[in-house]
Design a protein around this ligand. Structure first.
Ligand SMILES: NC(=O)c1ccc[n+]([C@@H]2O[C@H](COP(=O)([O-])OP(=O)(O)OC[C@H]3O[C@@H](n4cnc5c(N)ncnc54)[C@H](OP(=O)(O)O)[C@@H]3O)[C@@H](O)[C@H]2O)c1
Length: 295
């Protein structure tokens, strides 16, 4: 009998890539507002604000594996809507994990590098998490409560994701935004003091699925092999896509008013992932060149 994999947030960037790596016979995706147009995979609508609907929803699908990628992922939106952010990003994953445990379903929560305060950089899985914005706080609460309720569950903390959506409208990454501006000849201001370890979306989804199918428990980081600031990322993009580097302007985070504070350096170490997969993930240069070649 084939296994049944539920991927929540399958209308978004990461969830759709995970879903598309699965066979349509075994996988089912969820969406809230953006109903996917493909007819290949089955989809169910669900709104994770409705915590009391989670148990009947999960019991009806009765998956063997649940990869929970749905979240309110906009930092500034979470800062403005704290109750909604807590409900969707923290309370819903706990409810999902609780029912998953009862059903004997493997549970994988997708979390974020934003659980760190950014003061140190190159964080390991067991480094102290101390988020500086509401989004990060809601995700850290989810991590802790999920692992408390279901100690065999897996939390996958992913870095800044870049890459192309599986289809138009299936999530946007920083790369699409940057390419739109550079191709239109518009100047782009990029932070030169915000460091991440960006991960290419397809590689990220492959790593998440491999981890979901492994017996790993606890927390695992999924990130690219290179720590860099957004301005340098912009330079790599301009080079890979033969666009004008002069359109890129360096700015400091201090010069831009933002509702949610951004941590300075949330680069993540991936030794645990490398031990499990037997390889490192790409650097940004490698990832961008692969994308540019494929287009
Ligand atoms: N993208 C990144 O750089 C990044 C970095 C670190 C961690 N993450 C984490 O990775 C996961 C996926 O992120 P993403 O970039 O793919 O996000 P995304 O493109 O914004 O997609 C979010 C998904 O969650 C769904 N969703 C949002 N609110 C919901 C609700 N109330 N009920 C049900 N579904 C809801 C959306 O459905 P609709 O669109 O249909 O409403 C969509 O499918 C999230 O957990 C995020 O925190 C992302």
């Amino acid at each position: 009998m084939s296994r049944r994999i539920l991927v929540t947030g399958a209308s978004g960037l990461v969830g759709s890539h995970i879903l598309f790596l699965c066979s349509p016979d075994e996988a089912i995706g969820t969406y809230r507002e953006h109903r996917p147009h493909d007819t290949v995979y089955p989809y169910k609508p669900v709104d994770f604000h409705n915590i009391d609907q989670i148990e009947p929803f999960l019991r009806e699908i009765h998956p063997d594996i649940c990869i929970h990628a749905a979240a309110m992922s906009q930092l500034d939106w979470c800062e403005d809507h704290p109750e909604s952010a807590v409900r969707v990003n923290a309370e819903a994953p706990l409810a999902m994990a609780t029912v998953a445990r009862e059903l004997g379903c493997r549970f994988v929560l997708i979390s974020t590098d934003m659980v760190f305060d950014g003061l140190k950089g190159w964080y390991r899985e067991d480094d102290t998490a101390s988020p500086i914005n509401r989004y990060g706080q809601t995700k850290l609460t989810a991590e802790r409560t999920v692992l408390q309720a279901y100690p065999e569950a897996l939390v996958v903390r992913i870095a800044l994701v870049y890459g192309m959506p599986v289809a138009p409208g299936r999530g946007q990454s920083f790369l699409n935004w940057l390419l739109d501006h550079l191709q239109a000849g518009r100047t782009v201001k990029l932070f030169s003091d915000q460091y991440r370890t960006p991960v290419e979306v397809r590689e990220c989804a492959e790593a998440i699925l491999a981890l979901a199918l492994s017996d790993a428990e606890g927390v695992v980081h999924v990130a690219g092999s290179e720590r860099l600031d957004r301005f340098t990322f912009g330079e790599y993009v301009a080079d890979a896509f033969h666009l004008d580097r002069h359109l890129l302007k360096r700015v400091s985070m201090q010069d831009v008013a933002m509702k949610a504070p951004r941590p300075a350096d949330v680069s993540m170490k991936t030794d645990r992932l490398e031990r499990i997969l037997g390889r490192r993930l790409s650097t940004c240069r490698e990832g961008l060149q692969r994308i540019a070649k494929a287009l």
